[in-house]
Ligand binder design. Structure first.
Ligand code: IMP
Ligand code: MG
Length: 180
């Protein structure tokens, strides 16, 4: 792997394809074990998680369903500011076991804001699986049960993650190069 340029910025290799593949298979095996007989509904949050979702889902060895949503953020009228709504969620979550798939948890704001809306539908359970988390950037109480990699608070691209729309098709994960 070599350095790549996305838009105006340089990125250096960070997690190679073998490492990602091995870890997603481990997570899928763990999820298969934990959800045997529960027929979970996996909900992948677009766009960033689509490649992670495909890799996790194809390695599940249990009965499971998958659905895809987009989160749209708009200025709400509440004091807490932005409201986040899910576009594309058609399944009823009532009494279902939900596994939310996210590409990365950064500050945690997105999931912290969105989770209560899912809980409102009274699912049997909700857990989060995130390919990446940045513990040093976390500002909201969001806990993922399944984590691919804990990474430093530096911008990353590739394997579904983008920098301003580009970089999602990189098969490996790259980290923003230090400017010097
Ligand atoms: P949060 O609400 O701060 O947790 O941000 C979550 C969202 O920000 C993710 O779903 C990504 O879309 C985006 N994001 C955060 N950090 C990165 C990164 O390093 N690379 C690409 N996207 C990121
Ligand atoms: Mg995202």
């Amino acid at each position: 792997m070599t350095t790549v340029t996305v838009h105006d910025k340089e990125f250096v290799p960070f997690l190679n394809a073998d490492k990602i593949a091995q870890r997603t298979q481990e997570l899928a095996a763990q999820i298969s074990k934990d959800y045997t007989g529960k027929r979970p509904l996996v909900i992948a949050i677009l766009n960033g998680s689509f490649i992670f979702a495909a890799d996790i889902f194809r390695h599940l060895t249990i009965d499971a369903e998958i659905s895809f949503i987009k989160l749209a953020s708009y200025k709400g009228t509440t004091s807490s500011g932005n409201v986040i709504t899910a576009i594309g969620l058609e399944e009823s979550l009532h009494e279902r076991h939900i596994i939310l798939l996210e590409d990365i948890i950064d500050t945690g704001k997105t999931l912290h804001t969105f989770l209560p809306q899912l809980q409102h539908q009274m699912p049997a359970s909700i857990e989060i699986a995130s390919l990446l988390t940045k513990p040093a950037a976390l500002q909201y109480p969001v806990t993922a049960r399944y984590i691919g990699f804990e990474i430093p608070d530096k911008f990353v691209v590739g394997y579904g993650l983008d920098y301003d729309g580009l970089g999602r098709n990189l098969p490996e994960i790259y980290q923003l190069k230090n400017e010097d």
